[in-house]
Design a binder for this molecule. Structure first.
Ligand SMILES: N[C@@H](CCC[C@H](N)C(=O)O)C(=O)O
Length: 302
């Protein structure tokens, strides 16, 4: 390219987070971008890239084979990837940030909207902003939790080990109640989860302590991303595990159970209803927008 020729336009991106679980957002309405695992990892790199726990590609469901069968129910598909480039079925904070992005980009109206995901269509409610401009909270119906077993799941860090509950929120979780969140250690590496073969696709691991009645706090080691400051599906899995432990299963009591879950990046409120639906509410914001350098993009995707 000569010095006088125009620089080709780069790809647009936004950056957003939900309780500090942060995402690179790439709009691709027509489904024209091929973003492979290495490109995802480079974009999510906090030193050499934009930085994020994951990436959300915003594509019309009809334009992506992974979601074409949901296109009659949800116009937009959240193509979620972990920061190491791997694909996950679901991201509970991601879907709230995704909905916030759609509204801010003028692609959807605040209120109720449907989002296609690899775990199926999820309904999201984006509350109107407050009069002072504070962004409204975002609630998502995460569907039903599954507790597929087996019994005897154990999480270990160093010399310590705890029994854990297998909770599936579209993606897999092992929830362990611990004496102190410090016992999870530095979480630079994935905790050991047994017995071998319990999670052939890998697992997200939550460490939980009680903070008060129906109020817990947690740390999480996410499959494909490492320790993050929040995990939406993780908070739901934790609330469901605490509800079972406390004998408050709404399917048995007939009453919805609401739990507050603190994460290092903030707070989420989770309600399990008598019909099994798990709803999650909390903040989701867009904090930046820009353009990826065209040459770098060509290197990543070429
Ligand atoms: N941060 C997410 C979960 C993202 C996927 C997870 N790492 C997995 O591989 O299952 C959330 O908010 O739920």
């Amino acid at each position: 390219m000569s010095a006088s020729s125009p620089q080709p336009a780069g790809v647009r991106f936004s950056k957003g987070h939900g309780t500090q679980n942060d995402f690179v957002i790439i709009p691709d309405p027509d489904g024209l971008l091929a973003i492979g695992p290495e490109a995802v990892a480079a974009l999510c790199d906090r030193r050499a890239g934009i930085g994020g726990d994951g990436l959300l590609r915003v594509v019309r469901s009809a334009n992506d084979p992974a979601a074409a069968d949901q296109a009659d129910r949800a116009e937009w598909f959240m193509d979620y990837r972990n920061s190491d480039g791997s694909i996950a079925e679901m991201c509970g904070n991601g879907v709230r940030v995704f909905a916030r992005y759609l509204v801010e980009a003028g692609l959807a109206k605040a209120g109720e909207l449907a989002v296609a995901t690899r775990a199926g269509v999820r309904t999201v409610w984006v509350a109107e902003d407050a009069e002072d401009g504070t962004p409204g909270e975002v609630t998502v119906d995460m569907g039903r939790a599954r507790l597929p077993g087996p019994d005897g799941i154990e999480v270990a860090v160093g010399e310590r080990r705890w029994p854990a509950l297998n909770v599936n929120m579209g993606n897999p979780h092992a929830v362990a109640f611990v004496e102190s969140l410090d016992h999870a250690g530095d979480l630079f590496r994935a905790p050991l989860v047994g017995p071998e073969g319990a999670y052939p696709e890998g697992v997200n691991v939550e460490f939980v302590v009680d903070r008060g009645p129906r109020h817990v706090a947690m740390r999480v080691y996410e499959r494909g991303s490492g320790e993050t400051r929040s995990c939406g599906t993780g908070t739901c899995a934790v609330a469901v595990a605490a509800i079972r432990r406390d004998g408050a299963d709404p399917a048995v009591t007939g009453e919805a159970a609401t739990y507050t879950v603190d994460v290092p990046g903030g707070r989420l409120v989770i309600t399990e209803h008598p019909d099994g639906r798990v709803e999650k509410t909390g903040p989701a914001v867009i904090v930046a927008a820009g353009e990826i350098d065209a040459r770098w993009w060509a290197e990543l995707t070429g």
